[in-house]
Design a protein. Sequence first.
Lengths: 298, 557
Amino acid sequence: MHDSILTYAKSRYLWISLILLGGSTAAYLWHDPGGPPNGGTWLGYTLGTISALLIVWLMFFGIRKRNYLNNTGTLRGWLSAHIFLGTTLIVLVLLHAGFQVGWNIHTFAYVLMLIVIFSGFFGLFAYLRYPAMMTRNRDSASRDAMLDEVAEIDQNALALADGIDPKIHAIVLRSIENTRLGGGVWTQLRAHDGSDLAIASLQKALANRDKKKETPTAEMPTMFAMVDFLAERATDKQGEAMRKLIDLVSRKKALATKVARDIQFQAMMEIWLYFHVPVSFALLAALIAHIVSSFFYW
Amino acid sequence: MRWLIRRVLKKGKGSVSYEEDVHYGDVLTIGRAADQAIFLPDLRVALNHARATLLANGQYKVESLIIAGIRVNGDITYVTTVAPGATVEIGTTRLMLLPAPQDFDGGVEISTLDKTEQQVEKERRSKPTRLGQTRLSKRGPAWILFLLILVFGLALPMLGHFVPGIGEMLKHTPLPSSASWNPGTIDAAHQFFASDCEKCHQKAFLTVRDSACLSCHANTPAHADPVKFNLPQLGNAECRTCHQDHNGARGLVRTDQRLCSDCHVNLKARTQNASTLTDVGDFGTSHPEFKIDLPGWDAAGKFAPQRVTFAPDLKENSGLKFNHLKHLKPDGLETPKGRRTLDCVSCHVPDAGGAKMRPVNFEAMCHDCHTLGFDTLTPDRQVPHGKVTEVIYTLNEYYARVALEGGYADAKSPAIVQERRRPGSPPLSQQQQQEALAWARQQARSVTESLFTGRACTTCHKVTPPRQADDTWQIAPVRVSGVWYGDAKFTHAKHVTVKCEDCHAARKSEQSADLLIPGIGNCRACHGGAYAKDKVPTTCISCHDYHQSGTLKMGKL
């Protein structure tokens, strides 16, 4: 079976994390601080030091993964440790604080840490889920190959449409202009190929341009509707060419959807890092503030 | 209208040549059809694709004739008015509308986009397909958040510490002040100065000093004299060793067993015999039997309780004769005011603090039955329940008055005492007065003796008759209620749910020497040690204070 990042090296880091968690919990239960448990007891300082060092070390993963010359362990090992040891922090830090929370810089740091960890969970989820979906979606083609095919279909469709009717040629031409893949963050994440948006904005422009003129495209928001339109207008003579054109346009629509899905999967695999990384630096600042302020007012 | 149509021909290696043509007409048509003014042989161009019209002010009106539209200055449009210099792109052709050249009304320059230009154009138009190509960034937000949090989470509150004015200002703004560093609720007792961090945290990066605590707590009792008891735990102890604030409204005082049991081990040897305290640990298992303060008096008659180890057969000397059994008869007692059933609270009433019992009050609790009358002829007259001399004064004065006034209806008394003095009768002679007063002295003496030894005092008190002539009667001192366990803080108020009999076997006691105060065994019926599961978990601090010295204050250490 494929060795998942979670089961790397026989789940070595899962066991290390469980031992760390078990040990800390046992120490917490055994420890009698005299008063309410808090970060200022010897155990509190110990767990706090471990947690702070862990956070700094976990952040080094960002450097380690760029450093291809580094031989200290495999990158897979680092990632596995990053995930498991990072997760232990949820409990480790609570034990450090004796479960005390409040409206202060200290709990703020913890909340930032939770955001980092849970965004990391989403990243793990994305890495476990989307690569397989991407492979299935691409169906052994690359994105560039799909895009080349779209361009080729465009040329063929134009040639076909030109032989049918100038109006149909114009429609196909517009479809080519408007099919643009990718877009802003939200568009990428929602798997929009952009044509719908472009059509909506064009409808507005059309309506403004000429309200008297009958515009056959006004009620056709999608490419499928355009296909219907093509089918309606087809004459017997043009039947063969029409069928070919419809095939081409359907194929193009399918390809465009695939590319949009491909972009979506890739975006899903990347988007969490845009939270994970900046918030982890926010956490580093909050951690510094937490430690310095704790000793400033010792 | 004359249009100049200039075609740009690329010849490779960057050199170009121009081919100029003239078109006459109001409208410049553009398309793939042969009749178009500008003929573009490109599949991506419609037969009649677009047209341009020259306006009076030198501008051009550009219209698309098909639904695909045209790209004017990079944006798809259907109809627009543009100034000379605008570019129109159709397929792979770029048309630039020129300012009217000399001798012409309008002009247009036509060039074909070569492969590289097409590629650049395509890339310029293509939308981002990766998040990295969008405006999202990791580095920027990371730096911004990092710096923002350092400034507002650390630098600003720190500045407030070093510049008090800024600190005070921050407290009145939504900006984070040093209060944002507060790791937890401050103890209720300290909350009145909680917003003033520097009150305790006087120097940055230094722990809270004792001097800060002692500015208020100088009069808090100390634990023990560190000079007398040479123990590092005692001498090196700082306030913060035990007291850490910010642990909740009731988090400042340690109540754990270790606070005491760590040190109260082998004290005798560790203090070179300065301490006589026995080892103590868990209340349930290793607390020594209580030391009880039995009532006692020194030679001068001053109350001097004797501290002895409690034992079940211990006798006490309260100085009082009292039979609890008799007084607590379930069917009641015959009293001058009728039948009354006494209960513990009839005599033992807690004091206002709820900890101790109020002293038993003779007048309020005993007097109803135990009257102090001394003369059957005047049953209402009673001696005071007070000092011996006052009792004797009362009797002397009473009988002197009776003797002189006469009318004392006792057949055994002299005639002069019995004789009633009538208005107008002559005054007593000196001899008669002396005779009457001699009787009075005798009578007072005999009544005194009878009171002290027979009828009244001796019922409850131990009475010693005078040994010599100038001696007087002695009543032994009494201590019925008080503090029996001087070093513990037992309070009755917290034990009202328990019946008196559960701790005090008074209903079976016939002698006042019976010690009705229970020992540790009785407490342990309900109270266990700190870790007791089936009993009330009880730590040292439940009954003892750490700051308990009667003489030494924290400020004087």
